[in-house]
Design a protein around this ligand. Structure first.
Ligand SMILES: Cc1cc2nc3c(=O)[nH]c(=O)nc-3n(C[C@H](O)[C@H](O)[C@H](O)COP(=O)(O)OP(=O)(O)OC[C@H]3O[C@@H](n4cnc5c(N)ncnc54)[C@H](O)[C@@H]3O)c2cc1C
Length: 410
């Protein structure tokens, strides 16, 4: 019987088209030539160089979804989705993906969507060039999943706010030039007492309290931040006062999609590594891929990757469909409009499924590589450590299940 070999070529699935596939190749080539050769060194140094933002900015990757009038490439969320997937697929390491991704994926989008033209000029334009690095600060030592219980306080004073509090686990927190920061402007206001302020690194009282050591994502920096009487002018209020919860919800959808896309890329790479290794490594006189146990494992890995990909692309389609209406609603200040959080169900499912699948796939690939899988040089032990953040960050698995359960009316 003739065997038709699957060389791993993938059908282009919507919402992607030829233009996106070309971008895929460009990003992939860049990652392979300018990032991958340095990843081990950057992981050991516990950070990648700041100049990488500038370089990515020069190449247009930091502004793919932003209008040309702001220095972007005039693309949309689908172009940015390619960026998220290919950074992971081409082996940039979770840390590099997280550092660049936090800047493009979670810190700058709220500035674009909710910012004033003055904020676009001061923060977004230099961020697109890679000159000013952004971070998003929501999590606090005492408040992670339970966002409404954050305690960082922004007290109203004449012409602005005075901020006191702490943030933790902040990606890019050590070197961020600006922090899109969730604060409490109405202490007993619950969800409706949260406002976003853009804090700037040079503001007196803004301090990087600690650089945190982590299980994975080693080449990204993660910080604990402390604010003592930081004076923030009112022109740094992002979005409406006490309307921050909607901003968080709108931002979460994109963050979760990016995480799902990252694991789609990571699983594609893990499959390639497993297939190549199983074809080369011999045991008991034959390539290990000829043992049914290994062949079946690899078949399952391929299916899991494809399921995650289909679910994630479906969520991406649901997310982007009402973008025009979403922009209109935000421009009118109508943050409760359904378009603002459209796609929540699909995005939640994609995030939940893909993050756990990636941990399990990475673990299986370590197993296929045997002792070599446990060694640094093949990069799969790093993939496993990096993947473990997925079911925690951007909303835990348990929180995803709560969201889905409630939407099902239970
Ligand atoms: C490497 C890293 C980078 C990060 N980057 C950022 C960043 O850039 N900006 C930022 O703001 N945050 C960031 N985070 C924070 C991340 O989003 C939080 O860790 C996450 O939301 C979970 O919050 P928590 O760690 O406080 O856990 P908790 O909320 O304390 O949860 C602890 C456990 O309780 C469970 N639990 C909580 N509530 C419920 C519930 N209602 N039902 C069932 N179980 C529940 C959780 O699922 C979890 O298993 C980062 C975290 C890490 C580890």
């Amino acid at each position: 019987m003739a065997v038709i070999r699957d060389r791993g070529e993938r059908a282009t699935l919507p919402p992607f088209g030829d233009e996106h596939e070309q971008l895929r190749e460009t990003i992939s080539r860049w990652v392979e030539t300018e990032i991958v050769p340095h990843v081990d060194e950057w992981e050991a140094a516990r950070q990648f160089p700041r100049s990488l933002y500038r370089r990515a900015g020069e190449l247009g990757f930091l502004g793919l979804k932003y209008p040309e009038s702001l220095g972007g490439q005039g693309g949309d969320y689908i172009h940015d989705a390619v960026w998220a997937e290919e950074l992971a697929a081409a082996g940039a390491s979770g840390g590099v993906g997280a550092g660049l991704g936090a800047h493009t994926g979670i810190a700058t989008p709220p500035v674009f969507r909710f910012g004033t033209s003055d904020q676009h000029e001061r923060f977004l334009r230099p961020a697109i060039r890679g000159e000013r690095i952004g971070a998003l600060g929501i999590t606090e030592p005492g408040a992670g999943s339970d966002v409404a219980s954050i305690r960082t306080e922004a007290r109203r004073v004449e012409r602005g706010y005075v901020v006191n509090g702490q943030k933790t686990f902040i990606t890019n927190g050590v070197r961020a030039d600006f922090l899109v920061c969730a604060t409490k402007t109405t202490p007993d206001g619950g969800h409706h007492g949260i406002s976003f302020l853009i804090l700037e690194r040079e503001m007196p009282g803004y301090e990087v309290a600690r650089k945190l050591e982590k299980m994975g994502w080693h080449s990204s920096d993660t910080a604990e931040l402390a604010f003592t009487d930081v004076e923030v002018p009112e022109e740094n209020l992002l979005g409406p006062e006490n309307g921050g919860f909607y901003l968080i919800m709108a931002n979460f959808q994109w963050e979760r999609l990016l995480m799902a896309l990252g694991t789609v890329g990571a699983m594609r790479r893990l499959l390639e590594v497993a297939v190549a290794y199983a074809g080369e490594r011999e045991a008991f006189g034959r390539p290990i891929g000829r043992f049914q146990a290994i062949r079946h494992k690899i078949a399952e890995i391929a299916v899991r990757g494809e399921v995650a990909r289909a679910l994630t692309y479906s969520a991406l389609r649901a997310f982007v469909a009402p973008e025009a209406r979403r922009r209109e609603a935000i421009a009118q200040g109508d943050l409760t409009h359904p378009s603002v959080t459209a796609g929540t169900r699909e995005v939640t499912m994609a995030k939940l499924h893909s993050q756990r699948a990636c941990v399990e796939v990475a673990d299986e690939v370590v197993q296929i590589l045997g002792g070599y899988g446990y060694m640094r040089e093949y990069g799969v032990e790093r993939a496993l450590r990096d993947a473990r953040l997925g079911p925690i960050g951007g909303g835990t698995d348990e929180v995803m299940k709560e969201i889905l359960g409630r939407r099902l009316g239970i």
